[in-house]
Design a protein around this ligand. Sequence first.
Ligand SMILES: Nc1ncnc2c1ncn2[C@@H]1O[C@H](COP(=O)(O)OP(=O)(O)O)[C@@H](O)[C@H]1O
Ligand SMILES: [Mg+2]
Length: 283
Amino acid sequence: MKPPKRLQALIEEGLIDTVVRQLMSGKEATVFVVRCGDETRCAKVYKEATERSFRQAVDYTENRKVKNTRQARAMAKGTRFGRQAQEAAWQSAEVDALYRLADAGVRVPKPYNFCDGVLIMELVTDENGDAAPRLNDVAFSPEQARRHHATLLLEVVRMLCAGVVHGDLSEFNILLGHESGVDCPVIIDLPQAVDAAGNNHASRMLLRDVANLRAYFTQFAPELRSTDYGLEIWDLYQRGVLQTESVLTGRFVQQAGSVDMRSVMREIDDARDEESARLIRMG
Ligand SMILES: Nc1ncnc2c1ncn2[C@@H]1O[C@H](COP(=O)(O)OP(=O)(O)O)[C@@H](O)[C@H]1O
Ligand SMILES: [Mg+2]
């Protein structure tokens, strides 16, 4: 196909050779299949902030690292330079998370390049070498559902051990890849990933990610409905004892006399939201 304007520069730079086809146009990015030498890869072209939808909310960008204080002040004030800085921070957050998670052994697409708001990464494929389906487009037997659910919980634990919460994990952001003869879930779409230790909303996001997995796989394996892996995982993490080898039970029993984590987290979140609202009101 005729390369779209945003990919022209990458062709001139020699980072990609040809654009094969458009794969998807989502809420926040358009994804293309591209050829690089004799490899097929994918190129994720981020939309400009004005065309994007919802995820740049305060809770995601809170505590995101910026390079210097001028940038931080500009971002806080919402000047044009600030918006550009925020835009760049948002886009590069995904490539940063991909490198960090790949290092931690999480199955994510291998990143190759990030240039001019375009991320070049591995194309996740099915058994025919075509772009892999999203979990949302696949049906599973109860046994497969239990297996993929367990695999993905382990991925969530690996991410958390690496200090990252996905923040938008669901059947729409997991592909069913096929490797060495077996189906293998691959986690994608990470620009909103948050730093587990530095973001006050991390616990809530982790609980939501895990609840999304449960809700999706419960359709195929109803016994998963009564599991409570999210609280169990967060409790281990908070106590500093979470490891990729941690054995999970799917049950979370409130210790007698211990704090009710759910309500404590709600209190902290509420206080935080009130404070942000106050700061905004004060300009
Ligand atoms: N590495 C990849 N390999 C194969 N398909 C991909 C890859 N990355 C994205 N896609 C496809 O593009 C779609 C949109 O990508 P995603 O990263 O989820 O962006 P958005 O923010 O638009 O949801 C995905 O649902 C998936 O179908
Ligand atoms: Mg997505």
